[in-house]
Design a protein around this ligand. Structure first.
Ligand code: UD1
Length: 417
C-alpha cells in the first residue's frame, strides 16, 4: 500500500484546477442505465469511485469508454439485473444503481451496501420511497431485490429527511415512471440539480418548484451530452490547504453560489477572498483566526464533507473553534490521527472543540475515511517535518491527482511504496 509523504511548512501559491464533482458523476453514471442511447459526460474526475461505477456499468452490459475526462456510456444493451457483492461493496453510493436498474430491466438484484466508516448508513429512506413508487422490494441474505412491473408508478411522496442518495434514487425511479411524481422534502444539493439537468437533457420532464420536485414520467430516455459541475468539496479542501499555509491561490472552475455557506467562514478566519466569474482568489494571513461555530447542515447549509479539512485548518488557528456535525453519527475518527500531529481537539458526540496550537509536528498517521484523509493532508501541510499518511486509497476516492496538484502549488509531497 503506497504512503503519501508531506513535508510541511511551505507557503502554497499558484492555481488550482478543480475537477468535476465526485458526488455528481456517480449518480450521473448510474443514470446512464436509464438512457437507450449514447451518453457523453465531460469533466469526469479520475477517481477510484468512478472506476467502480464504470465496472458496474460494464458488468450490466453497457459499453463504456474513458478518454481523458470524457466518459461515454452506451447502455442500449443492458442485459444484467444483478450487481455482484464485490462491485457493490467498493463504494456505498453503488446503491444509486438500484432504481435505474429496476426501471430499465424490471428488476434490480443488488447486495446491501452495509455500514461505513462514518457510522451506520441505512437505506430505509430509499426503500420506503421506491415502495411508494410501486416497487416490490425484498431483502434477505444481504441482498436486495427490487422489482417493478412493468414500470414505477408516479405518486406524491414526502421524504422525512432530505437524504441526497434517496432523492437521487427517487428521481431516477420517477423519470420513467407511469404518471407524475411530486417529491417534497427532497435534498436540494447542487449535485441533485446536476442530475436533473442531465435527466432533462436525456428527455425527462422534471421541474424544480420552491417546495417540491415535480417529475412527469416519460416512457424512455435517450442519450445526451452533459458537463459535470465543479466539485465544491474539492474546492473547499484546496481553500483550506492553501489557507493553513498562509498562501495565495486562484481556484477555478467553481460555482461561487455552491460555496455560499463555505466562503464566509474563510473570511471569518481572516482570509481575503475575491470571486469573479468561475474563479476564486484566496489570500490567507500568516496565521488564521479561529471560527466561532461551524455547523454542518443539508444544502444550502455548510456541507458536512467540507468540515474535516476546515477543522484541520483550525488546529493551528489563533483561538478556539467549535464544530457541530448534524448529518453523520461518527465523523470524527480522524481527530485521533490529528492528535498524533499535536492538534488539541476534544470531541463529545457530534461536537468538536478545536484549540489552535502554534505549530503541528509531523508523525505517522492513517487516513480513516475520505474527508478525514483530506483533513490529515491539510494538517500535514502545516506541520514541522515529514508526515507519512497511510491508507491513502481513501483519498483516491475523492481527490484526483492530489500529490501533483499539491506540488504544483509548491508543497513537498510524494508517494512511497
Ligand atoms: C451524500 C454524499 C456524501 C455527503 C452526504 C450528505 C454522495 C456519493 N455522497 O451521501 O458525500 O456527505 O450526501 O451531504 O453523493 N440516511 C438514513 N436513511 C437513508 C438514507 C440516509 O437514515 O435511507 C441518513 C444517513 O445515515 C445520514 C443522513 O441520512 O445520517 C444523510 O445521508 P444522505 O444525505 O443520504 O447521504 P448520502 O447520499 O449517503
Amino acid at each position: 500500500m503506497s504512503e503519501l509523504r508531506i513535508t510541511g511548512g511551505n507557503r502554497l501559491g499558484g492555481a488550482v484546477t478543480v475537477h468535476g464533482a465526485k458526488n455528481s458523476v456517480l449518480p450521473l453514471l448510474a443514470a446512464c442505465v436509464l438512457c437507450q442511447g449514447e451518453c457523453v459526460l465531460h469533466r469526469c474526475p479520475a477517481l477510484s469511485d468512478v472506476a467502480s461505477s464504470v465496472a458496474i456499468l460494464r458488468h450490466l452490459g453497457a459499453t463504456v469508454t474513458v478518454e481523458g475526462d470524457v466518459i461515454t456510456v452506451n447502455a442500449a444493451h443492458v442485459t444484467q439485473s444483478d450487481i455482484p457483492e464485490d462491485l457493490m461493496r467498493k463504494m456505498r453510493s453503488s446503491i444509486v444503481f438500484l432504481a435505474p436498474l429496476a426501471a430499465r430491466t424490471g428488476c434490480a438484484d443488488v447486495s446491501l451496501p452495509g455500514g461505513c466508516e462514518l457510522g451506520p448508513r441505512p437505506i430505509d429512506l430509499h426503500i420506503a420511497g421506491l415502495r411508494r413508487l410501486g416497487a416490490d422490494i425484498a431483502d434477505g441474505h444481504g441482498r436486495l431485490r427490487c422489482t417493478v412491473s412493468p414500470r414505477f408508478t408516479g405518486t406524491d411522496y414526502t421524504l422525512p429527511f432530505p437524504s441526497v442518495g434517496a432523492t437521487e434514487n427517487l428521481l431516477l425511479a420517477a423519470a420513467t415512471a407511469d404518471g407524475t411524481t411530486v417529491l417534497t422534502g427532497a435534498a436540494r444539493e447542487p449535485e441533485i440539480f446536476d442530475l436533473i439537468a442531465f435527466l432533462n437533457a436525456a428527455g425527462a420532464r422534471i421541474t424544480a418548484k420552491p417546495d417540491a420536485l415535480v417529475i412527469e414520467g416519460v416512457p424512455a430516455l435517450h442519450g445526451c451530452e452533459h458537463t459535470v459541475i465543479p466539485d465544491r468539496i474539492e474546492a473547499a479542501t484546496y481553500l483550506a490547504a492553501v489557507a493553513v499555509t498562509g498562501g495565495t491561490a486562484l481556484i477555478s472552475p467553481v460555482v461561487p453560489e455552491h460555496l455560499a455557506a463555505v466562503l464566509p467562514l474563510f473570511r471569518e478566519c481572516g482570509c481575503h477572498l475575491k470571486a469573479w466569474g468561475d474563479s476564486l482568489l484566496l489570500t490567507a494571513p500568516p496565521r488564521l483566526n479561529h471560527l466561532k461555530f461551524v455547523r454542518s447542515l443539508p444544502y444550502p447549509g455548510f456541507p458536512t464533507d467540507a468540515a474535516a479539512p476546515l477543522l484541520a485548518a483550525m488546529t493551528v488557528a489563533d483561538g478556539v473553534s467549535v464544530f457541530a456535525e448534524t448529518i453523520f453519527e461518527n465523523r470524527y475518527r480522524y481527530v485521533d490521527e490529528l492528535a498524533r500531529l499535536g492538534a488539541a481537539v476534544k470531541t463529545e458526540g457530534r461536537v468538536a472543540v478545536v484549540e489552535g496550537v502554534p505549530r503541528l509536528q509531523a508523525a505517522a498517521v492513517e487516513c480513516t475515511d475520505l474527508r478525514g484523509g483530506a483533513a490529515l493532508v491539510v494538517a500535514a501541510l502545516a506541520a514541522n517535518g515529514t508526515t507519512c499518511l497511510t491508507q491513502c486509497h481513501h483519498l483516491d476516492r475523492g481527490y484526483a491527482g492530489l500529490c501533483e496538484m499539491l506540488n504544483a502549488l509548491g508543497a513537498q509531497a510524494d508517494y512511497a511504496s
